[in-house]
Design a protein around this ligand. Sequence first.
Ligand SMILES: Nc1ncnc2c1ncn2[C@@H]1O[C@H](COP(=O)(O)OP(=O)(O)O)[C@@H](O)[C@H]1O
Ligand SMILES: [Mg+2]
Length: 215
Amino acid sequence: MPDRVIAVSGLKGGIGKSTLAMFIAFVWAVLRGKRVLYVDADPSSQTGWDWWKLARDRDTPLPFDIETWPHAQVGDMVADRTPGKYDVVVIDCGGDSDAILRSAVEVCTYALVVTTPNKADIRRLSATFASALKAAKDAGRTSEIDAAVVFTKVDNRRQAANKEMRRQIEAKLPMLQRELSLKPAVYADAMGTNVTSHADLEEAKELVEEMEAAA
Ligand SMILES: Nc1ncnc2c1ncn2[C@@H]1O[C@H](COP(=O)(O)OP(=O)(O)O)[C@@H](O)[C@H]1O
Ligand SMILES: [Mg+2]
């Protein structure tokens, strides 16, 4: 199997899962020179695939491969087709299929559950996290998988509210200290482009380093 299989999941659309998954893929490909596969397994929107295609059509291809595989055999696909070919696989699980998340967890080494620090977005966080842990347990892989909640779209003008939200989550669930800020000029404008700027990759780089430290 690839050294790292990172399953990115969340609760609903629009919270920044695909963007975070993309930036993790950029860090591994651009900054660490690894062979990366991005698997777009989200059945309800194909942000990863659209991003990849747009970049290719503009003659600035992304520095990693992509597969679209939006169904519950995504884990089998990764197990069958990626060994020897890729060092890192990032699976964008989308937000509304428990079956896809479970399948990704059967092969992943790291399960990231993405949320924003907004009340409306964290309501199903515990349930999603529990589902990922249960899938790991059912697959007999609990000891092989790290799992953590991660914040994205963090509005740094609301520091007190963000801190309180973090405190509430950390009382129940493991959480990465590193996060992605709400920065449309970096993250939203990146759609369809190949991100190589080290400044733009800085937050994602630190996130990856924290994931590595846990492993
Ligand atoms: N950190 C961020 N800062 C600003 N805008 C962001 C950030 N992350 C994502 N976005 C924007 O939010 C929207 C939803 O992001 P996306 O990654 O597609 O979410 P999801 O995959 O959860 O549906 C997109 O318009 C995207 O450009
Ligand atoms: Mg998405």
